[in-house]
Ligand binder design. Structure first.
Ligand code: ZN
Length: 185
């Protein structure tokens, strides 16, 4: 076989092994099947097998909720905003692959909440979902008019009057006794 003829074969083998590596990393981060199907070119059957092999169980069935509401409720919004700030910061930097930005940003988010002894409310799959919502302009980030921080909001939020959930928490916020919840005092 000549080199010219071998090149496409070598390329496709390399590409395939990269796809497997990527799927494996996503599975280890807790990604659900929808994420794997969207972010790799591997077949569904292949992904199922990989998932079982790496996670040691079958992937959970069912669709992800198709709603932006979760990201806009108080405590969830603060987690989502923290993650998205990291994600946007990393996106501006080196020319990383979008999936690599996602996994890096998620690791940093998880480290931050862990060091603050707060439960990581945002799962990896949710984080992926959030980025998709922002890409689709169904969610956006708005600067808080009081603290200047950027928070996940509806795309048409009025920036002049927007006050974030930390500057203006709901009345019951921070009173939760459950461990790992956000406390304001
Ligand atoms: Zn604020």
């Amino acid at each position: 076989m000549t080199t010219a003829a071998a090149t496409p074969v070598v390329k496709s083998v390399l590409n395939e092994s990269r796809q497997i590596e990527r799927a494996a990393e996503l599975i280890r981060m807790g990604a659900r099947m929808q994420v794997l199907e969207s972010e790799t070119t591997l077949s569904y059957e292949r992904l199922i097998r990989l998932y079982k092999e790496i996670a040691g169980k079958s992937p959970s069935k069912g669709q992800l909720p198709f709603s932006t509401d979760w990201f806009l409720t108080w405590q969830e919004n603060i987690h989502s905003s923290l993650f998205l700030n990291i994600y946007e910061y990393l996106s501006k930097g080196a020319s990383l692959d979008p999936v690599d930005v996602l996994t890096k940003a998620y690791r940093l988010y998880a480290e931050q909440v862990e060091s603050a002894e707060i439960e990581a409310l945002l799962s990896f799959t949710r984080a992926w979902r959030l980025v998709k919502f922002v890409d689709a302009q169904m969610l956006s980030m708005t600067k808080c008019s009081q603290c200047g921080g950027n928070f996940v909001t509806e795309p048409y939020e009025n920036a002049r009057h927007f006050v974030c959930g930390l500057c203006n928490p709901p009345a019951r916020a921070g009173k939760s006794k459950s461990s790992g919840a956000l406390m304001l005092h």
